[in-house]
Design a protein. Structure first.
Ligand SMILES: Cc1ncc(COP(=O)(O)O)c(C=O)c1O
Length: 415
């Protein structure tokens, strides 16, 4: 039987490879990393103030991570499935529970997946709160009581179909409408939240204590306290998305520690397994009690290799000496950025905490990112006119000062 001829679709030349064109990649090809420096295939070095978008908290070539990988490989177990018990995942869950508000941990493979899980756990728990009969719908999958999820203006919670509806970026949402139902975005405003958070309809509110993609916005702690009071009173789950701002980035192990508020769930990913793909949902006792076998699952979640590495990473990121280092370097970074703004006159606003800073510029941020890369410094954007700086948490004062001097040069030359 002859195979019918299939026309080969034209590949956009700019992709330069067989990869689907979902990213506009920088031209250089990275081949190696060491400490806080990346190297391309032409031997050029780049000081990294991006950390693989808040992932590589311990930098590159870390001996502890290599050891944890090898230790897991030595058992012959990369994956077993969640049908059986394995020690690394159980030890990691015990560590996370012992060092946080949480009663239980669920493991998955990415940030978006962690938030999807948190939404499901919130709905599962909320369903246990509605009076018998109130949840009866016309069909088996019809509308239900207490199911809505509310996120905040400026939020980024991921790109999969559920969480996309909670992500406040019109250009990420528009091409994929209709988005998932029962998820809406509210202003970061106490009055609006008070009106939106109807106890009978809303199951959860999700908040990044510091909005990363949305411009490095530290959500007002007073607002978070009001939100905690409202959600507690109305039996609405409060989810903190700490995927970018948690695990040491603000100088405390958990971002919620900086806010004076304890949430009901925390989602984690990015730095959790030292660059291996892993996400987690930490849940309190009440929510843990509502989740039953079969309610949720994921094939790879919490496998022995990633969990062994994550346990090592968590122990390192939870070290009080490392957290003190982040606070100290973060304070230095904030002062230095303020001085750069004053000297260059090119900075409109500065926001951040710990080693997570956003710098608003008059010039389009992408242009500055390009010049920085040409000068050997990797930085990120967070919106059209905001630079985002996320150096590895282990960065030394000298490297921080060196990168900030480079940054001043590339900001300063703007017209
Ligand atoms: C706060 C926040 N939540 C969720 C996500 C989604 O994580 P992932 O890209 O691993 O799905 C991100 C990623 O940037 C994030 O910054």
């Amino acid at each position: 039987m002859s195979t019918p001829a299939v026309a080969t679709p034209a590949v956009t030349p700019s992709t330069e490879s067989a990869l689907l064109g979902t990213y506009k990649r920088a031209p250089m090809r990275i081949v190696r990393g060491e400490g806080v420096t990346l190297f391309d295939d032409a031997g050029r070095a780049y000081l990294d103030f991006a950390s693989g978008i808040a992932v590589n908290a311990l930098g590159y070539g870390d001996a502890g991570i290599a050891h944890a990988v090898q230790q897991a490989l030595d058992t012959g177990l990369v994956h077993v499935s969640n049908l059986f018990r394995t020690e690394p995942g159980e030890r990691l869950a015990e560590w996370l529970v012992a060092h946080s508000f949480a009663a239980r941990a669920f493991f998955c493979n990415s940030g978006a997946e962690a938030n999807e899980g948190a939404f499901k756990f919130a709905r599962r728990w909320a369903r246990t709160l509605v009076p018998p009969g109130a949840d009866e719908a016309p069909g088996p999958f019809g509308p239900c009581a207490k199911h809505e999820i509310v996120s905040l203006r400026g939020a980024f919670h991921g790109r999969t179909m559920g969480v996309l509806a909670a992500t406040d970026r019109p250009q990420y949402r528009a091409p994929f409408r209709p988005l998932a139902g029962g998820i809406s975005i509210a202003e970061r405003d106490v009055k609006e939240l008070d009106a939106t958070l109807d106890a009978e309809r809303v199951a959860a509110v999700i908040v990044e204590p510091v909005q990363g993609e949305g411009g490095v916005r530290v959500v007002d702690h007073g607002l978070l306290r009001e939100l905690r009071a409202m959600t507690a009173e109305r039996q609405i789950a409060l989810i903190f998305d700490e995927i970018q701002c948690g695990l040491g980035r603000l100088g405390t192990l958990w971002a919620y520690e900086t806010t004076g508020v304890v949430p009901d769930m925390v989602t984690l990913a990015k730095p959790l397994a030292g660059g291996l793909p892993m996400g987690a949902v930490l849940v309190n006792e009440a929510i843990a009690g509502a989740v039953q076998p079969g309610d949720h699952g994921t094939t790879f979640g919490g496998g022995p290799l990633v969990a062994n590495v994550a346990l090592h990473v968590c122990e390192r990121l939870g070290d009080p000496a490392l957290l003190a280092h982040v606070r100290e370097q973060g304070a230095f970074m904030g002062e230095a950025l303020k001085a750069i703004g004053e000297r260059t006159g090119k900075v409109r606003a500065l926001r951040g905490a710990g080693l997570m800073w956003g710098v608003d510029t008059h010039e389009p941020a992408a242009q500055i990112v390009g010049r920085a890369r040409d000068a050997g410094l990797l930085i990120l954007t967070a919106g059209d006119h905001t630079l985002r700086l996320l150096p590895p948490l282990v960065i030394t004062r000298d490297d921080l000062a060196r990168g900030l001097a480079q940054l001043e040069d590339v900001i300063g030359v703007a017209q």
